[in-house]
Design a protein around this ligand. Structure first.
Ligand SMILES: N[C@@H](CCC(=O)N[C@@H](CS)C(=O)NCC(=O)O)C(=O)O
Length: 203
């Protein structure tokens, strides 16, 4: 049995960890669950041992992402990668998931147009985030966010951007050519393909 166990919830951030493990060439044991009514099943939460009941959850704790290949040694490049690692959750996911929660939680019998109005109001943040990403991708010297190699920036940002596009969270019909091209490049890496093959991840 491999020493690392990844508790993987379908259609979730768990794909980041699976892709990371594949890029690092680490063997891992997979515990997989579909969602039930959009949530993780209670038994899966309990069994994972994560008191928050959120996924991905890694059992082992010894994993580090400070792997040379994924976090550049050059200080300027490293700062840039770290910026994306934080922005993936604190900016992109924060703004987009607010829209998802509005969709899930505004009562279905609310006056007509309530969800749409809330969504439109919240979309400005997402669109400004995506415009920033679109511009930064045009400045990259390679196929990925920080050049021609996958870094932790891609691993964190790919899920946020893919989720936003797949669920049309705040995009309001806008098209993002560079983002779509970069998402394809991420999905075509051997590590990502192996992660999807092993976990069955789909959005
Ligand atoms: N900050 C955590 C967030 C984890 C999280 O919220 N995971 C969601 C799926 S993306 C989850 O487990 N939801 C299951 C539930 O709420 O039942 C991370 O980035 O890993």
């Amino acid at each position: 049995m491999p020493p690392i166990t990844l508790w993987f919830l379908q259609a979730s951030r768990s794909i980041r960890t699976a892709w990371l493990l594949e890029e690092l060439g680490l063997d891992y044991n997979l515990k997989f669950s579909e969602r039930v009514n959009q949530k993780a099943p209670e038994e899966f939460k309990t069994d994972s041992g994560n008191p928050l009941g959120k996924f991905p959850t890694l059992q082992d704790g010894a994993l580090t992402i400070y792997e040379r290949k994924l976090l550049p040694h050059d200080p300027k490049e490293r700062v840039k990668v770290r910026q994306w690692v934080h922005a993936a959750e604190a900016t992109f996911a924060l703004h987009a998931i607010a829209i998802l929660y509005a969709r899930w939680n505004i009562p279905k019998d609310a006056p007509e147009g309530t969800i749409e109005a809330a969504e439109k109001g919240m979309s400005a943040n997402v669109q400004s985030d995506l415009s920033w990403l679109e511009t930064e991708l045009s400045l990259s010297q390679g196929r990925f966010l920080c050049g021609d190699h996958v870094t932790a920036a891609d691993i964190m940002m790919q899920f946020s951007a893919d989720f936003i596009m797949a669920r049309e969270l705040g995009t309001q019909g806008r098209q993002y050519t560079n983002i779509n091209k970069w998402l394809e490049a991420c999905k075509n890496t051997e590590g990502y393909k192996r992660a999807v093959e092993k976990t069955g991840h789909k959005l």
